[in-house]
Design a protein around this ligand. Structure first.
Ligand code: SF4
Length: 368
């Protein structure tokens, strides 16, 4: 029998940490491998979180490094290879070299189910490997399956096939309704997303068992498993659940999420960092750069040292320009205004809900 590996990546962010706790606690029978891809440029809080998780869960987290034989940090090694060209949202060589390639090397040719911590309140897809031996599962979402699996299972060509599986699947009182929905063709008036949501609204467990049956007709890693405990999972976890899991377990929320007061012309604002990843990550908002400058000046200085030969982390502004006193004041004032606008709409007690408005942007491998 082919062995399937179940792997869970820890990015250093809150969601993947909570996922590790959730899956390990709820599904102790799953034989999980944990890994984290280290760029060499993470915040200390990230390394602390990894340690806390290892202690709390009694696990070993495998640390993956791009350029493992290099004497330099992985990031610096590849920066040299790229001629000092700093990565940016349009040229994310860092994610490829420091996250994806080490992960694919770690997996090799094994059949792998990879658990990804995208939450039930997020509207984004995670890393979908182009490698056929890697299948992603999203336990926090109502729809635990990846987009490619859903597209195949619900495609018009597969309607008859999938309906034939429903005979052995229990949709409870929605048995006929599920068949009706499955028999409807996808077109501009009834999209794949609508079909998916209509099916999930009938019976989540029934839907999951249906997809599992479908997978048996494919080469996906889960087609080789005789059972999969997450088929019966109906939990949907959102941001508050993530904080609760981290706090209740004692692992704790990574310290960089803690809000810190700042005073600007007599007005009090609060800032923190909204995500994990390299301390100089170009996805940071201006206020997060200021947070780095004021809370970790030594790291800000190091980030500045990377800006040379005309390359800067942010477009249109160097880190040197950003910390001119009048510019810091301007960024903080604008940020306070934005917080006031957003907090009127948003009653969450967590600052991160406001800071995180762009959380969906960026790199799933680095920030989940
Ligand atoms: S955290 Fe940012 S800079 Fe670091 S690897 Fe990820 S995308 Fe690149």
């Amino acid at each position: 029998m082919i062995k399937i590996r179940h792997v869970l990546g820890i990015s250093g962010g809150k969601d993947s940490a909570a996922l590790a706790i959730y899956i390990k606690t709820k599904y102790p029978s799953l034989d999980l491998d944990f890994y984290s891809s280290d760029t060499g440029k993470e915040l200390d809080e990230t390394y602390q979180l990894i340690q806390n998780l290892e202690i709390y869960l009694g696990i070993k987290i495998n640390i993956l490094k791009g350029a493992e034989n290099s004497s330099e940090d992985p990031f610096d090694h590849f920066l040299k290879m790229y001629g000092g060209y700093l990565p940016g949202s349009n040229s994310r060589w860092c994610t490829k070299k420091l996250k994806l390639e080490p992960f694919e090397k770690y997996v090799g040719t094994d059949n792998v189910v990879s658990y990804v911590g995208i939450r039930g309140d997020e509207d984004r897809e995670g890393y979908i490997s182009t490698k056929k031996n890697i299948q992603s599962i999203f336990p926090f979402r109502k729809n635990i399956w990846s987009e490619d699996v859903i597209a195949k299972a619900l495609s018009n060509q597969n309607i008859e096939n999938v309906i034939s599986f429903t005979k052995n699947i229990d949709f409870g009182k929605y048995q006929d309704k599920a068949t009706q929905i499955l028999s409807k063709r996808i077109d501009t008036a009834f999209t794949q997303t609508q079909k998916l949501n209509a099916l999930l609204d009938t019976d989540i467990k029934g839907f999951n068992h249906l997809i599992f049956e479908f997978l048996k007709t494919t080469d996906y890693p889960l087609s080789k498993e005789t059972a999969f405990p997450l088929l019966d999972n109906e939990d949907i976890l959102v941001r508050d659940d993530i904080f609760r899991i981290l706090e209740e377990s004692g692992v704790g929320v990574p310290a960089y999420y803690n809000k810190i007061d700042f005073d600007i012309k007599g007005k009090i604002g609060q800032y923190s960092r909204s995500r994990s990843g390299c301390y100089f990550c170009f996805y940071q908002q201006k206020i997060e750069w200021i947070w780095l400058y004021e809370q970790h000046p030594e790291l800000y200085k190091k980030a500045m040292e990377y800006e040379k030969d005309g390359y800067t982390w942010a477009q249109n502004e160097s880190l040197e320009e950003l910390i001119k006193p009048e510019r810091i004041t301007q960024v903080k004032e604008e940020y306070i205004k934005r917080m006031e606008r957003n907090s009127a709409k948003n009653k969450s007690p967590y600052l991160i809900d406001i800071l995180d408005e762009e959380e969906g942007i960026g790199c799933a491998s680095c920030f989940i």
